[in-house]
Design a binder for this molecule. Structure first.
Ligand SMILES: Nc1ncnc2c1ncn2[C@@H]1O[C@H](COP(=O)(O)OP(=O)(O)OP(=O)(O)O)[C@@H](O)[C@H]1O
Ligand SMILES: [Mg+2]
Length: 353
């Protein structure tokens, strides 16, 4: 992309209407007005990022908002100093708008509003394309096929939008400033949430949706567990099979007033991991090892298939990141499978020179 196209793409803002129609073009002037009226001021603090041939800028500003009795901060990135400062003032003005310190923008709509964006060709080298395909596959993203009629839009969102990964944006000094929960504000990244549906939801809606989702999922999984002697759980490594699932079952018995009916035995392939899992789970429950959770290392994986047939009240959960579900399914009389979604991120190793 040429630098002009980079600039233009930075100025594209399809979400301005969510944020009181404040944009890169009108926010800086409003912020200056605010300073004049409040008889205060604040400076942009600039820093440079990136190598010489690809230099870009960060502008930061913190201002005291008398009406709120607290500070509001923004830290934004741009390909030029000017754009970084504009983005920073935009972030502040949008925050002040959402905090009801500033009104919505009432001037004439920005140039080009409502017009379709120009299409421009992007040349992606073949090896980069290959890498992108690899990433898309590794993330398990379903890419819908291109539409027969290219003028028809196709949603890239396949299936239900259920979980939101936190954006891995870095906060300056590695310190997240405290801020109370606010609609449309991501405190981890100190920026507005621009993408729906979170950008439109009230805090109450978000809480209710999360609660409903959790209750539905728990009900579904617990019903499976009650109805079947053997359930297979497959989920990526680190998703919480070992440390979370047993607690989740125990908690459901505790809530049902039947905790003493529940004995959960967790097996691990090694003694050391059995000990550390027990320590971890006890820590999470705020207890000493040996209270509601302990370990015994002489437990043998007896012939489970016979056990579940001999003792109908025994329930077996087979949990693995790499389980061949069809094979186990057949072995355990068509046991149902619960797939758990994980949140693991690939780690790249580098060797010091
Ligand atoms: N002792 C610990 N201290 C801190 N975090 C821990 C500890 N043990 C586990 N965790 C974290 O808890 C999460 C869930 O771990 P858990 O062992 O339950 O995953 P798992 O699904 O059983 O993974 P695997 O397939 O590797 O067995 C992981 O993200 C892990 O990093
Ligand atoms: Mg495990």
């Amino acid at each position: 992309m040429s630098s002009l196209q980079t600039l233009e793409s930075e100025e594209v803002d399809l979400n301005a209407s969510l944020h009181g129609n404040w944009t890169l073009e009108n926010a800086k002037a409003r912020l200056n007005q605010f300073f004049q009226k409040e008889k205060t001021s604040a400076e942009y603090k600039y820093s440079q990022v990136g190598p010489d041939h690809n230099r870009s800028f960060i502008a930061e500003m913190q201002l005291v908002v008398r009406q709120l009795g607290r500070k509001v901060t923004a830290r934004e990135h741009g390909s030029t100093k000017k754009l970084a400062a504009q983005s920073c003032s935009l972030s502040l003005v949008r925050q002040l708008f959402h905090l009801q310190v500033l009104e919505a923008f009432s001037g004439p709509p920005r140039r080009g509003e409502g017009q379709p964006l120009e299409v421009f060709e992007v040349q992606v080298p073949a090896d980069l394309q290959q890498q992108l395909v690899g990433v898309v596959q590794a993330l398990g993203v379903l890419v819908p096929p291109a539409p027969a009629d290219p003028s028809q839009p196709v949603s890239l969102v396949q299936g239900k939008l259920a979980s939101f990964e936190p954006a891995p944006r870095q906060s300056g000094a590695g310190v997240v400033p405290w801020s109370p929960p606010q609609v449309n504000w991501n405190p981890w990244t100190s920026s507005n949430i621009d993408e729906g549906p979170l950008a439109f939801c009230t805090a109450e809606q978000i809480s209710r949706d999360l609660q409903e989702e959790l209750l539905l999922q728990q009900e579904h999984d617990l019903n499976l567990q009650k109805a079947h002697a053997v359930v297979l759980v497959r989920g990526p490594t680190g998703c919480g099979k070992t440390t979370q699932v047993p607690q989740y079952l125990l908690d459901s018995f505790i809530r049902g007033g039947r905790a003493s009916d529940c004995n959960i035995v967790v097996t691990q392939p090694r003694r050391i991991s059995a000990v550390s899992v027990a320590e971890r789970v006890s820590f999470e429950r705020g207890e000493e090892v040996g209270r509601s959770c302990g370990y015994s290392t002489d437990f043998l994986m007896v012939v489970l298939r016979d056990v579940v047939q001999a003792y109908p009240q025994v329930r077996v959960l087979l949990m693995s990141a790499t389980i061949d579900t069809s094979m186990f399914r057949d072995y355990f009389f068509n046991a149902p499978v619960v797939e758990v979604v994980g949140r693991t991120f690939s780690v790249q190793g580098t060797r010091p020179p």
